[in-house]
Design a protein around this ligand. Structure first.
Ligand code: DLL
Length: 431
């Protein structure tokens, strides 16, 4: 195997060495944010903390959180910590409401990003010489370019297809014979459907590994993708505010959670309500601090992603569990908290429906109700569809604890995603 198959030194250092590195980097980044970004200076002053108060990693708790609202309030470039001349790339996350959040990168940031993406692809099982079919969107979204430069850094050949034109995706996979697919998990299924529509067996294609992320997905969705495409499907986590993709990667051999690249990001889990820091293993909201970002460091960023930290295994870095959902995706149906991935897991118990679904939130009379619209795998006829729907309503009640109305619709009816799937449609009256 070539050099690209080898671990980086940091992946095998003793945990104490990693902690020492984190503390040194944390001191630098906190001081830098304080000195260069007025927003942090004000926030630290209001919380009566100073960079000198950071003696240990635990002292990070004393520092205030940064939220998406903070990034919006300083739109577009107020969180940058370097003069504009040093910024060489700008990305933005679209967001469904309000202004986008903007991130800026220095040359050094881009090098680190490419290195971490290369590490992620390698840990997933990718090697120099592989071909990567990159179906993540190119543009302001960090997915496309993040994988692009990471793949090249690894020495792989990147095919910059971007999202959309699904028929062309199939043709290019058939003709170019890539080894790795990078996309959202929902788009991987859209591609699998397109293979089937053309009478092709996706299991016969050249792909060996799929690296999927950018949206929550379930173990059952993983099984579906693996079975239909004949690949190993691995989870990859990141977010633009912190860097983009390249924050945490599931190891292709262990497949036991995502290793967080702790030499560059310091993770904490907090209670989403109180902000209290929780212990390893407890479920809560992931909070991330960048340890090396120059252009736009973020201190204790509230990701709104719900997960838990898991102990380190073969690497000194801790792992995170699969993201269950975002705190802002949580629906409350008659007092029961429900995440779209929970419904997805139950739908997978019924072999006659496909993993294409939409959740419609309604409020007919002061109480929230949930309609689950899901596609049948084959044209079943009305009687069968309604029998499947009733059976799913029972299963959802049993496993998630909520009463829903399920509608089974004909194959191909639910809108397919080209990037992040939009699972929840909020039809409640605006108050
Ligand atoms: O989605 C970066 C990315 C691109 C990650 C490609 C992985 C692959 P944003 O558009 O800023 O950046 O969205 C970040 O997406 O806070 C999570 O809510 C969600 N997300 C990302 N990865 C996962 C994952 C990119 N593996 C937001 N599982 C995050 C669940 C994920 N949710």
């Amino acid at each position: 195997m070539g050099a690209s198959a080898e671990n980086e030194t940091i992946e095998t250092v003793p945990v104490d060495a990693l902690r020492a590195l984190q503390l040194a980097r944390l001191k630098t980044v906190i001081a830098r944010a304080y000195e260069r970004v007025p927003h942090y200076r004000e926030r630290f002053a209001a919380a009566q903390v100073h960079p000198d108060d950071l003696g240990h990693l635990d002292d990070l708790e004393k520092f205030p959180f940064t939220t998406k609202e903070d990034l919006r309030a300083t739109y577009p470039f107020g969180m940058f910590a370097v003069p504009m001349e040093e910024i060489v790339r700008i990305h933005a996350s679209s967001g469904t409401t309000g202004k986008p959040t903007v991130v800026g990168y220095t040359k050094g940031d881009l090098e680190i990003w490419a290195g971490l993406m290369a590490r992620s692809i390698r840990v997933a099982g990718g090697r120099a010489g592989d071909k990567i079919h990159n179906a993540l969107g190119y543009g302001l979204f960090t997915g496309g370019l993040g994988y692009h430069y990471g793949g090249e850094h690894l020495g792989a050949a990147v095919i910059p297809v971007s999202g959309g034109f699904t028929g062309r995706q199939v043709q290019l996979i058939q003709d170019f014979r890539p080894d790795i697919l990078a996309s959202t998990p929902s788009y991987a299924l859209t591609i699998a459907d397109a293979f089937a529509r053309e009478g092709l067996d996706a299991r016969e294609c050249s792909l060996r590994i799929g690296i999927f992320g950018a949206e929550p997905w379930s173990e059952t969705m993983r099984a579906e993708i693996e079975q239909r495409m004949g690949i190993k499907a691995l989870d990859h986590y990141g977010l633009s505010e912190v860097m983009g993709p390249g924050v945490a990667q599931e190891c292709g051999e262990a497949r036991d959670g995502l290793t967080i690249w702790e030499d560059h990001f310091f993770p904490e889990i907090v209670d989403p309500g109180t902000g209290r820091v929780l212990d390893e293993g407890e479920h809560g909201e992931l909070v991330l601090t960048t340890l090396t970002k120059e252009g736009m460091p973020v201190i204790r960023y509230r990701t709104r992603d719900l997960t838990r930290l898991l102990p380190a295994t073969s690497r000194p870095m801790r792992r995170m569990d699969r993201v269950k959902g975002r705190s802002d995706d949580m629906m409350i149906i008659r007092g029961v908290n429900v995440f779209p991935t929970q419904i997805e897991t139950v739908l997978a118990r019924e072999a006659r429906v496909a993993p294409h679904y939409r959740l419609e939130l309604r409020r007919p009379a002061h109480l929230d109700e949930l309609d689950v619209v899901v596609e049948a795998r084959a044209n079943e006829g009305e009687a069968a569809q309604s029998e499947i729907a009733r059976s799913l309503e029972h299963l959802i009640k049993e496993f998630v604890g909520v009463t829903t109305i399920v509608r089974v619709v004909a194959p191909g009816t639910i809108e397919r995603s080209e990037g992040k799937a939009r699972r929840v449609v909020d039809l409640r009256p605006k108050s």
